[in-house]
Every structure is written in structure tokens, then in C-alpha cells.
Design a protein around this ligand. Structure first.
Ligand SMILES: Nc1ncnc2c1ncn2[C@@H]1O[C@H](COP(=O)(O)OP(=O)(O)OP(=O)(O)O)[C@@H](O)[C@H]1O
Length: 227
């Protein structure tokens, strides 16, 4: 039986008054790794933003990790985001504090209180992205790939039911992109569900998986040919 973590039915995605995507029917099940591809400006980021509550869903139906996107209230958004891990192209780390403090900041902001538990959670997520020894560093002391691994660790802090990664390798060279992708693959193998928007077709070929494509104001599932 399918177990959707995300389900959109006949949804339309708008930026202000302009329609970006229409008749969107998408289902993502627990444990899947799904790519979202499409030319620049076709609506990948707008789609992602709708999923994490940055754009309202005004037409159609949408459910994500037990939240009804159509009836999402402003006060629900922080709680929705706690169930999602969001990773961006430009990492969005706080530059004035160390890696550990970046991660502790998120734990504090999401209600964690016990210092020992917080420190051990930070160590756990840093271990998952192979950055356990870099907690004392400032973001500017890390390479782009390392910064992105920290951003992935941050996304993992609250055991998200779904990770939304919007062009996570967009600022990285090909080799570093593969390293970051390996981290995402490992996390997926350990049970996390991931939706990743990307332009990087080399990654799709190397790590084939279910693929959705934005084109002509629609989202289609791409059927991959074997061989
Ligand atoms: N803040 C905004 N206000 C108004 N229109 C916007 C806004 N952001 C994006 N758009 C428009 O929405 C459409 C979809 O843009 P979006 O950023 O979702 O595409 P994308 O596929 O993510 O592109 P890219 O790959 O370049 O990031 C474009 O026509 C864009 O101009």
C-alpha cells in the first residue's frame, strides 16, 4: 500500500497573480528519492516554496506530512517546517558563528532545552554527513561542499519526514556535487524521503531515480528508458 508523504491533486501554483504550474498531480511516498527537473523559470522553486509554506496553495488540494496546504495557517508554518528539512543552493548558514553554534541555534529555536541532548544531537548529525571534526569551524573556513554538508546536517536535526533540497549542488563543482549527492543517497538509504530540484543531468544519470519534470506549466513524471 502506498504511504504518501506528499500528495497534490489538481493543484495550481501561483507567483502573485501569475500562474506558474497548473493541474499538478504529484505523489511522493515514504522512502522515495525524487528528482524535480526542468528548465530555468519553469517553476521548480515555486513548487518547492509551496511545499514549505512560502507560497500559499490557493487552488487544488495538497497534503504534506499531515498538513493540509490549502488550509495552512501562518501559525502552522514553523511546525510544518520542523517536519521538513529544507536545503538551499546557497547553504544559508549563519556566518557569524561556528558550525556547532549554527546547529545549536536551530535546536534552541525548535524547542530543545537539554544541553547534553542538544550536543549529542549535533554530534549525531555531523557524523551522518562525515563532518564530526569540523564543528568548531566558521562557515568561511569550509569549502562549498563542506558548507552544503553542514546545511544537510542542519536539515536532519529534527528527524524530518521529508527533505526538500532546492538545487543543493547548484554552486558546487562536479566532483563536490557527487560527494554531496553521496551524502543525500546515504541519508535516503537510511530511510529519509528526499525531493531534490536540480539542473544537473549528470547526477540523474549516475544516480537514476523517480523524476518529475516541470515543463509548459505542468509537472510530468519522466519515464526513464533502460540501457
Ligand atoms: N518572487 C516572485 N515574484 C513574481 N514572480 C516570480 C517570483 N519568483 C519567481 N517568479 C516567476 O515564476 C516563474 C517560475 O520561477 P521559479 O523560480 O519557480 O522557476 P525555477 O524553475 O525554480 O527556475 P530556476 O531553475 O532558475 O531556479 C518564473 O516565470 C519567475 O519569473
Amino acid at each position: 500500500m502506498s504511504n504518501p508523504i506528499l500528495e497534490l491533486k489538481e493543484a495550481s501554483i501561483f507567483q502573485g497573480d501569475s500562474l506558474v504550474l497548473s493541474n499538478v498531480n504529484v505523489e511522493i511516498n515514504k522512502g522515495e528519492f525524487v528528482y524535480l527537473i526542468g528548465k530555468t523559470g519553469t517553476g521548480k522553486s515555486s513548487f518547492m516554496k509551496t511545499l514549505y509554506g512560502d507560497l500559499p496553495l490557493t487552488k487544488g488540494e495538497g497534503h504534506i506530512v499531515d498538513y493540509d496546504l490549502k488550509n495552512l495557517k501562518e501559525k502552522d508554518i514553523p511546525f510544518l517546517r520542523r517536519k521538513l528539512g529544507v536545503v538551499f543552493q546557497d547553504f544559508k548558514l549563519l556566518i557569524d558563528r561556528t558550525v556547532n553554534d549554527n546547529l545549536l541555534f536551530v535546536l534552541k529555536a525548535t524547542g530543545w532545552k537539554d544541553k547534553t541532548e542538544m550536543n549529542s544531537r549535533v554530534e549525531e548529525v555531523l557524523t551522518k554527513v562525515d563532518m564530526k571534526t569540523k564543528g568548531f569551524k566558521y562557515p568561511h573556513e569550509l569549502s562549498g561542499g563542506e558548507q552544503q554538508r553542514i546545511a544537510i546536517a542542519r536539515a536532519l536535526l529534527n528527524n524530518p519526514e521529508l527533505i526538500l533540497a532546492d538545487e543543493p549542488t547548484g554552486n558546487l563543482d562536479p566532483q563536490t556535487s557527487i560527494e554531496v549527492m553521496e551524502v543525500l543517497q546515504d541519508i535516503n538509504k537510511n530511510g529519509n524521503t528526499i525531493l531534490m530540484a536540480t539542473h544537473d543531468y549528470a547526477l540523474l544519470l549516475k544516480y537514476p531515480s523517480k523524476t518529475l519534470k516541470c515543463d509548459d506549466s505542468q509537472i510530468y513524471e519522466v519515464v526513464q528508458r533502460k540501457g
